[in-house]
Design a protein around this ligand. Sequence first.
Ligand code: IMP
Ligand code: MG
Length: 169
Amino acid sequence: MLRRVVFNEHTIAKRVGELGAEITDSYRDGDLLVLGLLKGSVIFFSDVVRTIERPLQIDFLIASSYGSGTESSGVVRLVYDPDTKLEDRHVLVVEDIVDSGRTLARLLGVLRQGRPRSLAVCALLHKRLPTALQEPVRFVGFDAPHEFLVGYGLDHAEDFRHLPYIGAI
Ligand code: IMP
Ligand code: MG
């Protein structure tokens, strides 16, 4: 079922370290909240936060498009803790992959209402398709091929998330 390995463990680890350094350099002062989107970002999230060398706090939310196919359905459901305070904090959203951008566009709209000091996105993968996003994704790990990818947190119908590499199916 797996057709080929697209990014291996070594390539991912090296790039994650570079992203951590970029993120560290970008936030010189203020409180930083790193917000992980469950479930897809969980493996990337736990690796990347450990490469950020400054104080930070973490939290999670769930954003899911309905359906279990290989195309996002366009309907995005958000579940989050309304008690998480965003006001005056730098908020960095960690996402596994940007495809149509609908998930992030919807999420960023909701987060902006919390009046964060800044709001930015770190995505491991970006398909570079035309997206609904108003602003570019600030931190991107890799440009992704236009294929369906699994592993390192990415799933197909909830399978393959545990693979240590990213492959195409
Ligand atoms: P978007 O809203 O179309 O940008 O979709 C983003 C979400 O769809 C991601 O957070 C993933 O959960 C999922 N997704 C998009 N492309 C892929 C893929 O190639 N493999 C696995 N999940 C994907
Ligand atoms: Mg997903």
